[in-house]
Design a protein around this ligand. Structure first.
Ligand SMILES: [Zn+2]
Length: 497
């Protein structure tokens, strides 16, 4: 029986204190050799991405050389121009790092693991920006990927292969993203201009005059970044991971380290052995499922990787069985492994990966980090499993942090939504406007409306001044500068907020 996980910590200082205490309790328990090996995969990633900056090199040296530092980690799928929640995980690690540096005088290393061996969901393949006159109120950038609706154990998935096997976007796709973004920006500015004039904004012409130049400058910077990532990447996953690393390491100057899960996963194979060899079937980690096609089964906490790029969900017919079975999600090939055989074969173990709760437990017990930044989804779904399992094993699990508040800002898309819906008072537009005000958009919407470094500066200064992870984040865009003394704009801001 799983206990509900404790409430996520809302106070930044309390979180940092708990992280530091975890570090103090676990000093001396760190497997230095493992961290050393992991550092080789980190170096490889940064070399390939072109982000082995002096700051990254320094963090990497600290990481591989000793244990007298606090270690924070997070992970996420490599989403196409990720929505802000993914980027925020990195900003939260940076904020905790600064608090610990300051209050305890201790060095901190942050790692972001690229979860490239999972199936791509719609967030991985799509990025959206607000646009009131488009269907569903958004412009969407898409990565074309083969769709196969497959029933897997207890639900359908539309892309039944690992993200790391998706090929690099071809030039026409990449060009289309560029064009779509350019059109989105130009149209949004034009729409703003027209509508602002109509509703009597005093300085409406500024949007076209100074505003357009500033937006264009950011767009050019973004274009360069995208081109560099596209030129360097060998697959789709890397395009996305490189974008994140370049944004964070180059543009923001963070020393956050990155590594691909598909590469370092074999370093945790001893945990795969631990899960599979436990006769009790690791209470909570093996999941009892009533499958429509397979009946009552016990789903193992690990996947097996088929050569075709698919994954095999391994399961036992009975809890006490010794044979794991499964069918590849992609090519349909059937597999059957005896557990004792699997445990002795290195190459079999190296072709596995963990399901989410098992991954967090495995990473934590192998590399001994002091904090994980997760998402709100995990809180509802599987953190309870990790907490219960850790307490059963007497394992001192690190704090798990979540920072997923609502953002309030008026970019070009939001301003259009606020005004356009007013002029054409149709029910449809009002619905779309509300959708725009409540949706979470790609980090591109932030970068283009605020400027590269401003996004990090505003998020960090919010955290370091409010010191609270639940408070709404109020952010300023270029439009705030243009309309700083306009009463109409102030009124719109209040409505959007
Ligand atoms: Zn297959």
């Amino acid at each position: 029986m799983n206990l509900p996980p404790p409430e996520p910590i809302a106070d930044l200082d309390e979180l940092s204190r708990q992280v530091y205490r975890h570090f103090q309790r676990n000093r001396g328990k760190v497997d230095l050799e493992k961290r050393q090996k992991l550092s080789e995969y980190i170096r490889k990633f940064h070399l390939e991405c072109g982000t082995l900056s002096p700051a990254v090199e320094k963090a990497l040296k600290i990481f591989g050389d000793g244990e007298d530092y606090v270690f924070l980690w997070s992970a996420h799928q490599p989403n196409l121009f990720p929505y802000v929640g993914v980027v925020r995980k990195i900003v939260l690690m940076e904020a905790v790092k600064r608090v610990i540096n300051e209050q305890f005088g201790k060095k901190v290393v942050c790692l972001f693991a690229i979860a490239d061996n999972v199936f791509p969901d719609k967030w991985v393949l799509r990025a959206s920006l607000p646009r009131i006159d488009a269907a569903e109120g958004k412009t969407v950038l898409r990565m074309p990927a083969e769709e196969k609706n497959q029933f897997v154990i207890d639900g359908y998935i539309s892309h039944p292969y690992r993200i790391s096997t998706i090929e690099k976007p071809d030039e026409s796709v990449f060009e289309k993203w560029n064009e779509t973004l350019e059109r989105w920006l130009a149209d949004s500015i034009e729409m703003n201009f027209k509508v602002l004039r109509k509703v009597g904004f005093r300085r409406f012409w500024m949007v076209k005059k100074t505003g357009r130049d500033r937006f264009q400058k950011i767009f050019d910077e973004l274009k360069n970044l995208m081109e560099e990532c596209w030129r360097r990447c060998k697959n789709f996953s890397d395009f996305n991971a490189f974008f994140l690393s370049k944004l964070v390491n180059e543009h923001w100057g963070y020393d956050t380290l990155f590594a691909r899960l598909s590469e370092f996963n074999p370093l945790m194979k001893e945990k795969c052995v631990e899960f599979l060899s436990d006769g009790e079937r690791c209470n909570g980690m093996f999941r009892h499922v009533d499958s429509r096609e397979l009946g009552q089964i016990w789903v193992a906490p690990v996947w097996y990787h088929c050569e075709c790029g698919g994954k095999v969900p391994l399961y036992l017919k009975e809890k006490k069985n010794e044979t794991l079975k499964g069918e590849c999600t992609n090519c349909g090939r059937r597999f059957s492994f005896s557990i004792p055989e699997m445990l002795t074969k290195k190459d079999l173990l190296e072709k596995t990966s963990f399901r989410a709760p098992a991954l967090i437990y495995a990473f934590s017990s192998v590399f001994n980090p002091n904090m994980y930044v997760g998402g709100t989804g995990g809180w509802g779904n599987y953190y309870g499993t990790i907490f219960s399992f850790s307490s059963e094993k007497n394992f001192d699990l690190h704090p798990i942090a979540v920072w997923n508040p609502v953002d309030r800002y008026v970019g070009v898309g939001q301003l259009n939504a606020a005004l356009y819906a007013e002029i054409r008072a149709f029910a449809k537009e009002t619905k779309k406007r509300n959708l725009i005000f409540s949706s979470k958009f790609s980090i591109l919407d932030y970068l283009l409306n605020m400027g590269f470094s401003e996004v990090s500066e505003q998020m960090l200064s919010h955290l370091l001044s409010k010191r609270n992870l639940r408070e709404e984040v109020h952010m300023k865009t270029i439009l705030d500068d243009i309309f700083s003394d306009d009463v109409n704009f102030k009124e719109i801001k209040e409505r959007v907020h």
